[in-house]
Design a protein around this ligand. Structure first.
Ligand code: COA
Length: 393
């Protein structure tokens, strides 16, 4: 039997040069020219362009170009990029076979993460140092992600895969691959705006996860699948799905007050409310609220929107003093539901749009890259005597 001696006094961890900040709140993790947010004034800009102007006048294809390459494209460049995106939508049949093999009990986000990681295995031209490989990988991942989401959705709900069309916009083609019907132009435009609004949002959990992976010089498929994993959680991208479940549980506007007051009394988080950065209403929520109201007015109303507005009112009364307001996820689910899209697709739709932002960060991270290696404050013990398993109590 090993003799048990008292462990020598623990050596204390060296005092870190930088104080520990839970959640790295306010700690800069990179220098970036991709996205600007002023959370006090509700300003969001991609490459210096206000989100409201992009939602009004741009397309997802043009916004993706802007994010990736840093400037709005000239006509010829936009046409080439749009064409490249359209002709890269189809995926190899073995990827469709892979999706068929995934259990239909899985979440579409899990299928997206797995299939984006697998996608890279089909394309050896992913040398992160080569500009043409970077361009081809970026176009390929953005273009094919919607195909993978739509394919898994249809296959896991017992329907056939619908191959993409290359004569539709990115947003319209996504809707086409879900239903097999060309969407109405106004519905396709709403999808396009939703993609623009979700395309980038600076250094959040998923972007940070992607940049950490990028800093190891991993290939872009792996970078994006890391970021997708981080986006799945209910405190991040998963919130939009939770919002619609909450609104459906509430059901009627009159039931919103007791429901929300009960959550607040039990110190529970209300999904779609609050943001680490915004201390006013999220500017994307403003655009989405307007879109939801316009779409729903055309259809003669929707009880979910009325419930959402009542929830917002009760939250403002109780949490307004804490400067907690609706975020992007609060109204996106209402818009998607009005478009007839199922909640399980909400987070994947966020992901396929955000891929443009993640890849912009991947390209930026590669310039002057240094591998991420933060520190920790060790709080465990030292020099524990090893006791054989039979002698442990
Ligand atoms: N419901 C109720 N209270 C909330 C809240 C919410 N959704 N969000 C924040 N608060 C409260 C916090 O509990 C905290 O209260 P306290 O000061 O009494 O402890 C206070 O508001 C400040 O919170 P804050 O520091 O701003 O939150 P955070 O930065 O730690 O977390 C989120 C930010 C987004 C994770 C958080 O607001 C949240 O969980 N929201 C719901 C999920 C969601 O919609 N996520 C999508 C984000 S785009």
């Amino acid at each position: 039997m090993s003799e048990r001696t008292a462990p020598p006094p623990a050596t204390s961890s060296p005092t870190p040069a930088i104080p520990y900040v839970p959640g790295l709140d306010g700690v800069p993790a990179a220098k970036s020219s991709i996205c600007f947010i002023d959370g006090d004034q509700g300003i969001l800009e991609y490459r210096g362009y206000p989100i409201e102007a992009l939602a009004e006048s741009s397309t997802f294809e043009e916004t993706s170009y802007l994010l990736l390459w840093g400037k709005l494209p000239a006509r010829a460049d936009l046409d080439k990029f749009t064409r490249d995106m359209a002709t890269n939508r189809d995926v190899r049949f073995r990827l469709i076979d892979l999706l068929k093999c995934l259990p239909d009990t899985g979440h579409p986000m899990e299928a997206l993460q797995a299939s984006i990681a697998a996608l890279g295995m089909f394309y050896p031209d992913r040398d992160v140092d080569k500009p043409e490989d970077r361009y081809n990988s970026a176009v390929r991942i953005i273009a094919k992600a919607t195909t993978l989401v739509a394919a898994y959705y249809r296959l896991s709900t017992g329907r056939d895969y619908i191959p993409p069309k290359d004569d539709l916009s990115h947003a319209a083609n996504f809707l086409y691959m879900l239903t097999g019907e060309d969407p109405e132009p106004d519905v396709a435009r709403v999808m396009d705006i939703c993609f623009i609004l979700h395309a980038e949002h600076s250094m959040n959990a998923s972007t940070f996860a992607g940049r950490v992976t990028a800093s190891t010089l991993a290939d872009p498929y792996t970078v994006v699948s890391s970021a997708i994993g981080a986006l799945t959680g209910p405190l991040h991208g998963g919130a939009n799905e939770q919002v619609i479940h909450m609104l459906q549980r509430i059901g009627e506007a009159e039931k919103a007050r007791p429901y929300i007051e009960d959550l607040i009394a039990r110190k529970q988080k209300i999904m779609g409310i609050g943001h680490r950065i915004y201390r006013v209403k999220d500017p994307r929520a403003l655009v989405l609220q307007k879109l939801a109201s316009q779409m729903i007015a055309k259809r003669g109303g929707d009880p979910l929107l009325v419930v959402a507005q009542e929830v917002e009112k009760v939250v403002a009364e109780h949490l307004g003093a804490k400067r907690i307001y609706p975020n992007v996820d609060f109204y996106s689910g209402v818009v998607y539901t009005a478009m007839g899209l199922p909640p399980a697709l909400f987070t994947p739709m966020f992901a396929v749009a955000r891929i443009s932002g993640w890849l912009a960060h991947w390209i930026e991270q590669l310039q002057g890259n240094r591998i991420y290696r933060p520190d920790q404050i060790y709080t465990g013990t030292h020099n524990e005597p090893y006791v054989p398993v039979e002698e442990r109590v």
